[in-house]
Design a protein around this ligand. Structure first.
Ligand code: AMP
Length: 599
């Protein structure tokens, strides 16, 4: 294995890499760096995510670019704004000891004037998303006539996202003499076509076997039904109190719904998808990187290529439409030598789709059972005990309170004290999972009269009743008229004199509220008002609208947990937000999910 210096990089670059903790080149770097430095041939690189490909293309460019010449010499195109920002920041880090080397990152959704000003000052390297790059070319703010290197990063995704026309426009204004470097984790026909049309006899390199997943990732699947998918997701999160991961969904709507449900249930979660404004996306990513958000619920496109280290889990809430995307998803974890787990929540019907994925990743999925309530309690309890064991005592801060505390607890034995402390934190938690169902028992769930159990449903109050000539059929008609969703399931209906109750599948809870709020329907001349209501459940679960998720404000072990409507019946526990006082601001403003729904 060579060193970075042996690959032909100069000392200022090597020094920056040492600062970053890069000790030796990765496979793709070892192959790409000397190739690009020594040859002007185009390059086609099969590189999985997380293999160090950003450095593989940017280090040789930094080596060769002329820092004393302010012309733009390299243009790097990336499919998403987040990835462009990440690449730009990486290059800044790599070039910090090269005087006068400037990199500017340009992407949509941000102030274009500012980007134009930055470009005017001169940038040898420009990183951009295709749309904004074209825009800046058209405004004559970005001149690519002197470009020596064109990098197409995540080329497959750029084409998937429909950037073919933008790529054509950009390529048109770059000189024929440039060197094109194409990096892609998959090589479908469209990418091969790009390579064929835009590159001349490219040299091919690969960072291992094409499309093969990382060795550091283990792959598990959990069998679920549509009804147990969300409760299973929560149990996985509850089993792993320190989980730090991405939950992948297929559509923006599914992403937002899962995120909203998790936020509502008190998890440290947020959504990342294309419907959010740039400022929202930046804010979510900032929180996720700082780990104030533990679970990022994202679409494939939004999370493509994102480099966040130390992710413990990637969860496929649903399998991707294109199986190649599984590799991208699971590649978010197990990076930089760390271990990671990639989980698939899969229905019996879709289980057959795991096979072709196994062939791509060259690994077997391990069937894993959805944890029982008892397992979760045990894990959470041990996690708490570990924390107690490891907490540092700051004597000076607590010493003045200690004498009165000792006095109060004087009569208690060590055992009693431990039992009381555990009960204080865990009574609610244990009762939450006390009667939790076995979510692995698929047969009983599917035989349940084809209808959801009450636990899977959200109960709504509606301000019309028998006196308004309402009957179940009319109520169902009224609900259906709101176009809440094709697959909405309506549960129990109770028609009373002046008002009524109805249940819908809890996955449609937000959509139902939103639909009634925005449609403002009439019934027999009376304006209809719908509110979520507390469920009448024997275990005391359920939730009132507007109620704060956590009972008391002080946090810590004594913090009361929120009750929930989950179909695994009980109250959610875990550290989550309660351990993170920094988040209290978000909570006060009603959570990110709510703000977004108001948009
Ligand atoms: P990338 O595939 O470029 O997104 O890189 C994946 C991760 O590996 C990033 O966190 C990089 O900072 C890190 N990385 C890249 N090259 C090296 C290296 N030679 N040594 C250690 N870490 C690296």
């Amino acid at each position: 294995m060579s060193t970075f210096l042996e690959l032909g990089l100069k000392e200022p670059i090597n020094k920056a890499l040492t600062d970053l903790g890069y000790e030796k080149p990765t496979v793709i770097q070892e192959k790409a760096i000397p190739q690009i430095i020594s040859s002007t041939d185009d390059l086609k690189a099969f590189a999985q995510t997380g293999t160090g490909k950003t450095a593989a293309f940017s280090l040789p460019i930094l080596q060769l670019a002329d820092a004393d010449n302010k012309n733009t010499q390299a243009i790097i195109l990336s499919p998403t704004r987040e990835l462009a920002v990440q690449i730009g920041n990486n290059i800044k880090d790599f070039s910090k000891y090269i005087p006068n080397m400037k990199v500017v990152t340009v992407y949509g959704g941000a102030n274009i004037e500012e980007q134009m000003r930055a470009l005017k000052k001169g940038a040898q390297i420009v990183v951009g998303t295709p749309g904004r790059t074209v825009d800046l070319i058209n405004r004559r703010a970005l001149k690519l006539g002197n470009v020596e290197w064109l990098v197409l990063d995540e080329a497959d995704e750029m084409l998937n996202m429909g950037f073919k026309e933008e790529l054509d426009n950009i390529l048109e204004v770059t000189p024929d003499t440039k060197q094109t470097l194409l990096f892609s984790a998959t090589f479908p026909r469209e990418v091969e076509a790009i390579a064929k049309n835009y590159m001349t006899k490219p040299v091919e390199i690969t960072s291992g076997e094409k499309n093969q997943g990382s060795d550091n990732v283990s792959h598990e699947y959990y069998l679920v039904t549509e009804r147990t998918r969300y409760p299973a997701l929560k149990r996985i999160a509850d089993l792993n109190p320190d989980i730090y991961g991405i939950i992948f969904c297929r559509t923006r709507r599914e992403t937002q719904e899962v995120a909203d449900n998790l936020i509502r249930d008190g998890y440290n979660a947020d959504a990342l998808h294309g419907d959010l404004s740039q400022a929202q996306r930046d804010s979510v990513m900032g929180k996720f990187r700082k780990k104030t958000v533990q679970l990022l619920v994202a679409t494939d496109v939004a999370a493509r290529g994102l480099d966040v280290n130390n992710l413990t889990h990637v969860i496929n809430h649903k399998l991707p439409d294109q199986i190649e995307n599984y590799n991208h998803r699971s590649g978010r974890t197990g990076r930089a030598g760390n271990k990671g787990i990639s989980i698939v929540l899969v229905s019996n019907k879709d289980k057959g789709k795991l096979r072709p994925i196994e062939r791509i990743i060259k690994k077997k999925f391990v069937e894993t059972k959805v944890p029982s309530g008892k397992e979760i309690c045990q894990n959470q309890l041990m996690h708490l005990i570990d924390k107690v064991q490891n907490i540092e005592i700051n004597e000076s801060q607590i010493e003045e309170f200690l004498p009165s505390i000792y006095e109060k607890l004087e009569g208690l034995s060590r055992e009693e004290l431990i039992q009381k402390f555990v009960s204080l934190e865990f009574n609610t938690f244990l009762s939450y999972y006390e009667n939790a169902k076995d979510l692995n028992d698929l047969s009983t769930r599917d035989n349940s009269r084809g209808r959801s159990s009450s636990e899977d449903m959200s109960r709504f109050f509606i301000n019309i009743g028998r006196k308004d000539k309402l009957n179940p059929a009319k109520l169902i008609g009224l609900i259906n008229d709101q176009n809440i969703g094709d697959k909405i399931e309506i549960g129990a209906i109770d028609i009373l004199d002046t008002f009524s109750f109805f249940e819908v599948d809890k996955n449609f809870e937000n959509a139902t509220l939103e639909a009634f709020a925005s449609n403002q329907p009439d019934f027999d001349g009376r304006s209809v008002n719908v509110e979520i209501t507390k469920k009448d459940r024997s275990n005391g679960g359920g939730r009132k609208r507007g109620k704060k998720p956590f009972g008391n404000k002080d946090g810590g072990f004594g913090r009361r947990r929120k009750t929930e409507n989950a179909s695994d019946g009980g109250k959610k526990i875990s550290n989550r937000r309660s351990e993170r006082p920094k988040n209290s601001g978000d909570r006060k403003s009603g959570g990110f999910g709510r703000r977004r729904r108001e948009r």
